[in-house]
Design a protein around this ligand. Structure first.
Ligand code: NAD
Ligand code: TDX
Length: 332
């Protein structure tokens, strides 16, 4: 049994990881989270106090990070500014958290010789054509498009350098688009579900032909635990569940599942520099470490996610109006 320091553990994927680790392992968890607009203490409600400790603080606070890392057996680093649209409007926090925050954690992991796992994204590879025969692999060259993905790419490169230059015991994973409970209403799937609940028409950027490769957050969690236990130090692993869908199909599925006409959505102003397609080849993780996704059926996972948002309006309602007002100000 070990103590894992989970940065960003009050965010979407981090909180899903904490729930998953409590249910499926013996580990204890310390969450370090600044509770930005994206963090929510309520996402950790109901977890046993003897397994999960919550510390509110910033990953750029070197003294705090040093102390907590010194107390941990491993660090799993989720904390980030994570939304592409915000990065186009206000890039500075992305540099502070994603670059300086990762640097601060790496220095602590170096000093205390702590096992470090860095959570990253498929967006560092840029985008694919719709008919590209090859998907992203660990060998694909970095080619990020947005302030968000470029700062994630920068953080990955810092991890690689700290492994090579200072012997930090780190691994990296780059995952595709996650869906599931506790995702902020600014993101595509929760935005459309909560719009329908509120009687607002879903909003599709451009023609809706952009493809994302969807994976359930629990499958991301099981992959991260697998890499933490069995991954080769210094290596990168791509995480994906063969879940490619275009945005138009996803909106139509949501509308159908929620008993609305499939065409009851609006086309709105497209995202600047909008990546066309992401697709992950996760062969390395599957063959070398024996991982496989459990939630392979996107339709049933989406239906369960819709039900979660129906059942948990108190969790998402406080953020809904400000989020929609921000989108409306940009014609989205
Ligand atoms: P999120 O925005 O929902 O959560 C981020 C969390 O980090 C929040 O709780 C926030 O309070 C916290 N945080 C932000 N800045 C901080 C700081 N300076 N110090 C401490 N805490 C801070 O993000 P998410 O969607 O859960 O993404 C988590 C990680 O997974 C990110 O690193 C992201 O790049 C990566 N990722 C996300 C996806 C996806 O589909 N959402 C896919 C692949 C990879
Ligand atoms: O209202 C919307 N309408 C719409 O058509 C929103 C919010 C989004 N979209 C489109 C843009 C994308 O093509 O849906 C797709 C998904 O958008 P997001 O949820 O913003 O996700 P994306 O930009 O693909 O990035 C996500 O996956 C990779 C996460 O936010 C990142 O943190 C992760 O790295």
């Amino acid at each position: 049994m070990s103590n894992i320091l989970v940065t960003g553990g009050a965010g979407f994927i981090g909180s899903n990881f904490v729930h998953y680790a409590v249910e499926n392992t013996e580990h204890t968890v310390t969450v370090l989270d600044a509770l930005t607009y994206a963090g929510n203490r309520a996402s950790l409600a109901g977890l046993p106090e003897d397994r999960v400790r919550f510390v509110q603080g910033d990953i750029t606070d070197a003294e705090l990070v040093d102390r907590l890392t010194g107390e941990a057996d491993a660090v799993v680093h989720y904390a980030a500014e994570s939304h592409n649209d915000n990065s186009l409007h206000s890039p500075r926090p992305f540099l502070d958290t994603n670059i300086v925050g990762t640097y601060t954690l790496l220095e602590a992991a170096r000093k205390h010789e702590t096992r470090f796992h860095h959570i990253s994204t498929d967006e560092v590879y840029g985008d694919l054509e719709l008919d590209d025969p090859e998907r992203f692999t660990e060998q694909t060259p970095y080619n990020p498009s947005s302030p968000y993905s470029s700062t994630k790419a920068g953080s990955d490169l810092l991890v690689r350098a700290w492994v090579r230059s200072f012997g930090v015991q780190a691994t990296i994973s780059n995952c595709s688009n996650n869906y599931g409970p506790y995702q902020h209403v600014e993101k595509f799937i929760p935005r459309q579900i909560t719009n329908v609940i509120r009687g607002i028409r879903p909003k599709l950027y451009g023609a809706g032909e952009n493809v994302r490769d969807w994976i359930h957050a629990n499958d991301h969690s099981s992959a991260v635990l697998t890499i933490l236990e069995k991954g080769r130090i210094g290596d990168t692993y791509l995480i994906g569940a063969d879940g490619e869908r275009n945005n138009k199909d996803v909106v139509e599925l949501i509308l159908e599942e929620m008993g609305q006409p499939r065409d009851a959505y609006d086309h709105v102003t497209d995202r600047a520099g909008h990546d066309l397609r992401y697709a992950i080849d996760s062969t390395k993780l599957r063959t070398e470490l024996g991982w496989a996704p459990e939630f392979a059926d996107f339709e049933s996972g989406l239906a369960a996610t819709i039900q979660w948002y129906r059942d948990n309006e108190a969790w998402w309602a406080p953020a809904k109006d400000t989020t929609e007002a921000f989108y409306a100000s940009k014609g989205q």
